[in-house]
Ligand binder design. Structure first.
Ligand code: ATP
Ligand code: MG
Length: 191
């Protein structure tokens, strides 16, 4: 156990050799915090001068939420790629086409050894809709550069993804202000 004396905490276990590896990290569950936790670790990696990128499925490319504003201000690559999504009009063919384009981009980033961390926000959602084949994502993860960290968020992470992931966190819903009080999404907290 660390005594907490060092300003740079080491690994929790000191019994074995230190292992460094690129992790597959999955944030799932019904509670709030999946996307923001991904941003937190992205921020931490960015602080270490790692090359990082966050690709957002679902969110439209014109979205100018707090996270997009922050990313622009500090110079972090963040791309919302939900272009052409027609969740409302139910044009499945178009949704699939735009998701495939976004999926190709994520696969390209994961394969690019210059990126130390790639966040695929809400990827679980498009996997659940079957807009992107899980096998495509699993292939990209299996072939990723050894030190690349990949963070995938969204409810209902598929079992096949959980099976290959190194770190899986399920955010549990205890209370949500919308459910309890009808408080809708607020700037700075939700977007
Ligand atoms: P965040 O982006 O704040 O980290 P998240 O990524 O965990 O949240 P998502 O599942 O992507 O959350 O949902 C998007 C939004 O829906 C969140 O901003 C969250 O506040 C809201 N939300 C989550 N759970 C509920 C709920 N039970 N009722 C209403 N809104 C909810
Ligand atoms: Mg989210």
């Amino acid at each position: 156990m660390s005594t907490g004396e060092s300003s740079e905490p080491g690994p929790q276990s000191v019994t074995g050799p230190r292992i460094n590896k690129g992790l597959v990290i999955v944030n799932t569950g019904n509670g709030k915090g999946k996307t923001t936790a991904a941003m937190g670790v992205l921020f931490r990696a960015w602080g270490r001068d790692f090359k990082v990128i966050m690709l957002q499925f679902i969110k439209h490319s014109t979205a100018n939420f707090g996270e997009q504003r922050a990313a622009k201000k500090i110079g972090v690559e963040m791309r919302a790629m939900g272009d052409g999504f027609t969740w409302d009009t139910q044009d499945r063919a178009q949704d699939i086409a735009s998701t495939r384009r976004a999926g190709d981009e994520v696969k390209r980033m994961i394969a690019d050894p210059s990126y130390a961390m790639v966040v695929a926000d809400e990827l679980n959602i498009v996997l659940r809709y079957d807009y992107l084949p899980l096998s495509d994502v699993l292939e990209a993860l299996a072939a990723k550069p050894a030190m690349t960290h990949v963070v995938i968020t969204g409810r209902n992470a598929p079992e096949g993804l959980i099976a290959v992931a190194d770190l899986v966190t399920e955010m549990g819903l205890v209370k949500h202000p919308f459910r309890e009080q009808g408080v809708k999404a607020q700037a700075g907290v939700e977007f």
